[in-house]
Design a protein around this ligand. Sequence first.
Ligand code: XMP
Length: 321
Amino acid sequence: MTIREIPAETLDPVRFIEEKCEALAAETAGGIAVNALSGGVDSSVTTMLAHRALGDRLKTFFIDNGLMRKNEPEFVVETMEKLGVPVVLVDAKDEFFSALRGVGDPEQKRQVITDTFYQSVFGRLVRESGATFLLQGTIYTDVEETVAGIKRQHNILSQLGIDTEEAYGYKVIEPLIELRKTGVRAVGKALGLPESIWNRPPFPGPALVARVIGEAAPEKIDLIRNATAIVEEELAGVDAFQYLAVLHEDRVTGVRDGSRRYGNQIEIRCWDSLDATEARPTRLPFDLLETMAARITSEIPEVVSVTYNITTKPPSTIEAL
Ligand code: XMP
């Protein structure tokens, strides 16, 4: 199948929404559809669009994997419910943490997240829901990256471990597949999503696991969650592509209350970039860097060292994993 791109310059978001809603309603006539909402731009826009087209026939799940940012599950679910979209919040924290136990290798950690999500948690929800349609927020860039071998295949059926024959009747629908991120944001805005959703900075699928070097144990996820909240609060007004905190595995000596303390190190990264393929560290004011260091070390006592990344991508990448 050849997918035709709709460039942002030629996109009419209102017309796109009308046409997609009509097509979705026709394609799913009478059936139940499910989707997983992560709170990211693509899945939020897919949810809103499908809700408009399907109403009660859409079942949206938000899977709380315990790896999200501070208050993220509540924020996303409440935002959607305010817009009239019911969301089922599924607590799968224990399942994810037990799957991640003892796993330190970066690629293996990503694989564990994918497998736990698709094969265990979402797979079970899909089977139990009696749905005949799966909605997915795949966008044009995902298709390009899949073809280029950069990203894993996006076919949800194979990710679910469902054989095509066995899965007869499960149809995957990807309503945003002709759009790139700029187009998706424009559609999200036209759908009435708040700017805090349609204009969100990127956040990786493996969530805070991508921000912890080594094993992503619950206490390390808690620590990076707190550091992330501080960095996001302090940098909210900065015109940057993305900003984040990384928890390192190595520890360093520091001083607390007059005695030596072997503590954790946090690295702050803040990027100027157009599309994440190349990036430069943002030239943040030194005062702002000092404020973040002071807040992180006083609000998170286990941390005794804060650094700022000054490397470009390439050779660095935006995330540390
Ligand atoms: P890197 O680290 O490869 O990141 O320079 C490029 C952009 O992609 C985001 N990223 C991900 N997004 N799933 C996602 O949906 C992932 O596994 C993932 N890993 C990285 C990253 O935040 C940056 O914007």
